[in-house]
Design a protein around this ligand. Structure first.
Ligand SMILES: [Zn+2]
Length: 414
């Protein structure tokens, strides 16, 4: 598929000269956005919320109903004369988003509806480290097909898929350029996966960015935050005024290689004392002697930390301090509202945060560090896959006409 125009935070309609069609497209998005924001609402309320005339709002709502994006239900009495009016809301049996995830030790999928409700989720263990990308992608397609079948049974129609990967992604959202923990270089993920999931547009995105976007949509951590997460590596994403900061080449957020102890341990990246050598999952497991643990290694750490295993507690304390040092630099640099701990860090937060708070308190100098600024993601390890599905749905909400164009193109091909 062609890469859509991106604004660092999802998608936006193609820009062009003002035209009647462009105006209609923008107004469809305006009305659908209002339905998403307001929940069940009448046409009159939508007219008021959008500044459109009642006739215009009514006609746009009809289009959105025909497109399956909005459903009509119930009757409300409105106005002094008690004129009956039907209420509309987002269609929870219509278009949906498929989120997919390639982890080092698992594959995942979830489907969310237009209201951002998770309707189905799948997570299967899979030893993906150094595994042939083709085999990983074939298994992911099977997981995707199971999720699609479950979605169809619920009356949902996933209109696109986004794959979360622990690595750097090319600007066209199709290639995994470098995923060191998988051992992948220049893998055409969307090309290979699309051939196994015909008719479904597929894109790929860095998992840390998707975890941050999922948090942004939930709206509980503000619009200026640093989201830091770990699975095999450490991923960070910066959200500034509600927009994801991608950097010139899209590689922003490589917090794992920020030096925290410049004369410290050598890192495979060629530097010394990188954060990942102290707070990465591998490093924590190595530091407490659990490097050979199999299966869900984060769960092993959580169990042992609960059991007060001294080496595990010590390794997590050291990881927390290293995270605090690195994040103090980020906080001083960008002055976020919150620092969000996601992914495996959310599961381990109870043992990481004391050391983090100590270092943040000692090193944040732009203003007194407020401990409440460190928050734990409620999405935990599901953040990336939910963020992936959310970005599909968000695209539909911000540009409903895109869906119609896609349908027309598909019909032309048939
Ligand atoms: Zn490094």
């Amino acid at each position: 598929m062609t890469a859509p125009a991106r604004n660092g935070n999802g998608y936006r309609p193609a820009e062009g000269p003002a035209s009647q069609q462009g105006m209609r497209r923008a107004n469809l998005a305006l009305v659908l956005g209002a339905v998403a924001r307001l929940g069940a609402t009448s046409r009159a309320q939508l007219a008021e919320a959008t500044g459109l005339t009642r006739a215009a709002a009514g006609s746009l709502v009809s289009e959105l109903i025909d497109a399956g994006l909005v459903q009509e239900h119930g009757v409300t009495l409105e106005g002094r004369v008690g004129r009956p009016s039907t209420v509309v809301s987002l269609n929870n049996r219509g278009p949906a988003g498929l989120g997919l995830e390639i982890g080092v030790e698992h594959l995942g999928a979830c489907v969310i509806d237009l209201s951002a409700e998770v309707r189905t989720r799948i997570r299967v263990p899979a030893a993906n480290r150094e595994r042939d990308p083709r085999a990983v992608i074939e298994q992911l397609a099977r997981v995707a097909n199971s999720a699609l079948a479950q979605a169809h049974e619920l009356g949902l129609d996933p209109v696109g898929a986004v794959v979360a990967v622990p690595g750097l992604v090319g600007a066209a959202s199709d290639t995994v350029l470098h995923a060191p923990n998988l051992g992948w270089h220049d893998v055409d993920l969307t090309g290979q996966l699309s051939s196994l999931l015909p008719g479904l547009p597929v894109e790929v995105e860095n998992e840390a960015n998707l975890g941050a976007l999922a948090e942004l949509r939930r709206g509980e951590v503000g619009r200026d935050f640093v989201h830091v997460s770990a699975e095999a590596g450490i991923g960070a994403a910066l959200v500034v005024d509600g927009l994801l900061l991608r950097g010139r080449r899209g590689f922003a957020g490589e917090l794992g290689h920020m030096p925290v102890y410049p004369d410290g341990l050598p890192c495979p990246c060629g530097s010394h004392g990188c954060l990942e050598q102290y707070a990465g999952e591998e490093a924590v497991l190595r530091n407490c002697g659990f490097q050979d643990a199999a299966g869900d290694r984060v769960a092993v750490l959580v169990d042992q930390a609960h059991a007060a295993h001294p080496a595990v507690r010590r390794a997590l304390e050291q990881a927390g301090r290293a995270l605090g040092i690195a994040l103090a630099g980020v906080v001083n640099l960008v002055d976020p509202e919150t620092v969000v701990l996601g992914g495996a860090y959310a599961d381990l937060a109870g043992w990481l945060t004391p050391g983090m708070q100590t270092e943040l308190g000692a090193r944040v100098r732009i203003r007194p560090w407020e401990p409440a600024g460190l928050v734990v993601s409620g999405l935990r390890r599901e953040g990336p896959v939910i963020g992936a599905a959310t970005s599909v749905v968000q695209r539909v909400i911000t540009d409903p006409a895109y869906l119609q164009e896609r349908r027309e193109r598909r019909e032309q091909r048939v």
